[in-house]
Design a protein. Structure first.
Length: 428
């Protein structure tokens, strides 16, 4: 998950109006406020007051200076750095010419400092603070030059209203910067919180999508497993029933007893297949219901499977090497071995021909189980067809960590060889 950016990674912030024209509504409000405040103080108190202090110059020049400052502040939200530099240059020009020495010039500088601190990054704000305090220090130095490079008597220095105004201004400058910096930091914290919430929402959505994909994959795997089970049950059961029905049809005129036996085998095979289908369908109908108590077939049921095929009229010989464990080598492995034999015998009945013989060999070793089904029929090419039987057999063997080899046998016929681990955990 992507981590939330730190405050240092955030780009410099500007006012909302920065996305609009060069001079937006916010800039117009700032310029108008400065102009009205400055001309009100100057007009009410007069340009001769110490906090205005235009001395002997015409009053119109004071209004011109205020107008220039107001025009510069119009661009503060969009161009805070350039506006701050321009306001600083204008302030020095006004001080040097004696047009505006007091409150209007200081107010313009304070507004520019507030804007550059608020709408840029912290480093730029600190540079602006240092420049503002440096300007005040330069003014004090110039004041000392006025007294001839020596510090005047304390009572003389304190009674100079300009000097007192400069010292007070330094505190106001620091306070202005501190307020703007806190507002900027609070805004960046809100941005970080919003971005963190957005990242958290994206992460939650990603996890939900992963969960949905995992559920879909699991559902698809279940569908494939059930399809394999249904194929094994239906294909084998129907193959046995078809073979028995054909035998009963041919034997009925000459040997009614053989026909009756074949019909009984058909009925028994149908009941067995129907019972297994019901077991699977009960799971599909209600996924919250417990699994049926009917055990799934395993290694010990292979002999019965071979017997059913023999009763269907096929020649099948079973060889068991080793001791079959009581637990059938685990449900998954035992069921896989049983289904492998079942599918192989189904293919024998379908493709090997009526006269073919099949040999089923079950070898139980300490670490693995080997299942081999070999026939001598001529139908090997058909058994390699594109049906679902061999694919399902291979998928089932791979699921328990085994290996499957199928194909024509050099001695003739078709061979199925499955090597299975004794337990499913052995596949890792």
């Amino acid at each position: 998950m992507t981590s939330a950016p730190s405050a240092a990674d955030l780009p410099p912030r500007r006012a909302p109006a920065s996305a609009g024209p060069l001079v937006g509504r916010l800039g117009a409000m700032i310029g108008l406020f400065y102009f009205l405040a400055s001309i009100t103080v100057s007009g009410v108190l007069g340009f001769g007051a110490w906090w205005v202090n235009q001395r002997e110059l015409p009053a119109g020049l004071g209004y011109v200076g205020v107008a220039f400052g107001a025009v510069l502040l119009l661009f503060l939200p969009r161009l805070p750095r350039a506006t701050f530099v321009a306001c600083g240059a204008l302030a020095f020009l006004l001080y040097g010419s004696g047009v505006m020495v007091g409150l209007p010039t200081v107010l313009m500088a304070l507004i520019a400092l507030f804007g550059i601190t608020l709408w840029t990054d912290r480093r730029t704000g600190l540079f602006a603070l240092a420049a503002s305090l440096g300007s005040l220090g330069l003014a004090v130095v110039l004041l000392f030059l006025r007294y001839g490079f020596y510090l005047p008597p304390l009572e003389t220095f304190l009674t100079d209203r300009v000097a007192l105004f400069l010292f007070n201004s330094s505190g106001v400058v620091v306070l202005t910067w501190a307020v703007a910096d806190q507002i900027r930091a609070a805004r960046e914290r809100r941005v970080l919180q919003a971005e963190s919430a957005s990242h958290a929402a994206e992460a939650a959505a990603h996890q939900e999508a992963e969960h949905a994909a995992r559920v879909q994959v699991e559902a698809l795997a279940d569908r494939q497993r059930i399809a394999r089970e249904m194929h094994d049950i239906v294909a084998h059961g129907l193959s046995v029933m078809i073979v028995q029905a054909d035998g009963a049809r041919f034997a009925a005129p000459s040997d009614p007893q053989a026909a009756t036996t074949a019909l009984a085998t058909i009925a028994a095979t149908g009941r067995s297949s129907l019972a297994e289908m019901r077991r699977l369908l009960s799971v599909l109908r209600d996924d919250t219901a417990p699994l049926p108590e009917t055990p799934q077939p395993g290694l010990r049921d292979i002999a019965g499977l071979v017997g059913t095929t023999v009763e269907a009229g096929r020649e099948v010989r079973l060889t068991v090497r080793g001791d079959v464990p009581e637990d059938g080598a685990g449900d998954a492995v035992g069921l896989t071995a049983y289904r492998t034999v079942q599918e192989a015998l189904t293919n024998v009945m379908k493709h090997a021909g009526d006269e073919a013989t099949a040999w089923v060999t079950l070898t139980v070793e300490p670490r693995q189980i080997v299942v081999e089904v070999l026939d001598d029929g001529p139908g090997c090419d058909a058994e390699l067809g594109s049906g679902h039987g061999l694919r399902g057999m291979a998928e089932r063997v791979e699921m328990v960590g085994g290996q499957l080899h199928t194909g024509p046998d050099p001695r003739g016929g078709f061979r199925v060889l499955a090597t299975l681990p004794r337990t499913v955990e052995a596949q890792s």
